[in-house]
Design a protein around this ligand. Sequence first.
Ligand SMILES: O=P(O)(O)OC[C@H]1O[C@H](OP(=O)(O)OP(=O)(O)O)[C@H](O)[C@@H]1O
Ligand SMILES: Nc1nc2[nH]cnc2c(=O)[nH]1
Length: 323
Amino acid sequence: MRPQASTASHEADYPRNSPRPKQRCPFYTNDSSVIQRAMWLAKTPLDIFSASFSLPFCEWSLKRRQQNGHRFYPDPAPPVATIVFTQSEPLQMDNTGMKRGIVIKDDWPGYSLDLFTYPEHYHEDIENVYIPHGVIMNRTERLARYIMEDFGDNNIMVLCVLKGGYKFCADLVEFIKVFGRNSNKYLETRVEFIRLKSYLNDQSTEDLHIIGSRDLSFLRGKCVLIVEAIVDTGKTMKALLKHVETFEPKMVKVAGLLVKRVPNMAERLTDYVGFEIPNRFVVGYALDYNEYFRDLNHICVISKTGKMKYKVGEMHMNKEMDK
Ligand SMILES: O=P(O)(O)OC[C@H]1O[C@H](OP(=O)(O)OP(=O)(O)O)[C@H](O)[C@@H]1O
Ligand SMILES: Nc1nc2[nH]cnc2c(=O)[nH]1
């Protein structure tokens, strides 16, 4: 079991899977971000007396006491509101987007290369633009919001999995910082790195190497967010989680930009998923094929020509490990 700390910092903050309150339980706040989080976490309609409105990202309606004619949302200084949790219908909200990410179907052909710009030298080496850079960025922004909501007031110790995860990590952390600034919730985000390698060409190998220091003692007692570009067979993530847990962090969550739909896929490993993709070898946005394509901004499917052109033998892998 991965350590899961309660992120509760307020009566309103229920960890996502905890039982809902059985009785009406009022508390008072005028903090709009607390109220939004409460709605997100509680999974039950909240009653705040009087007026009502609904937020675009969930289906609950929220009633509030209207004071002095102020609007509650997005009023930066809302009036004091009384929130009462009530037992009600089970969750109606569709959480698929969070658990599985945006699901890309097996028959998705990708976009024609003509529609986008990309480094000319890869012209023959990629089949299509599978996920355009702008879509990656927007999805990353959304994941940053889920993460902020879950981590509450806990500082985030980010562990970036190199090399593939460097772009996703940089963008995700930037969005988290922007949300922090905009909501006056200044969380400390510290970023550390670990380098893992197991792929040769497009195949997972038996050798999973942690390159560099294995000492992650800085994670002890911290709320850790592992940031990884792709979870495919899940071998890398399983090994990493096992390693991380030996350092006794307070909580560990995993953000994966891509999770591949493979037989026996490792769904449970990833808490925040950008996209669930078919079983195809993708490159770009720091994902490589023998170190090529990291400089491509979109996520693309590599072509046969690309695979042939940049293919290497096992000797190459051993040399890389020695570096
Ligand atoms: O779920 P899995 O099948 O274990 O695959 C996922 C891993 O594969 C890639 O790393 P790679 O070994 O290619 O190293 P890199 O990140 O340095 O490219 C990727 O960045 C993940 O870490
Ligand atoms: N570049 C790349 N690395 C991977 N590691 C595991 N799966 C993949 C993949 O589809 N692309």
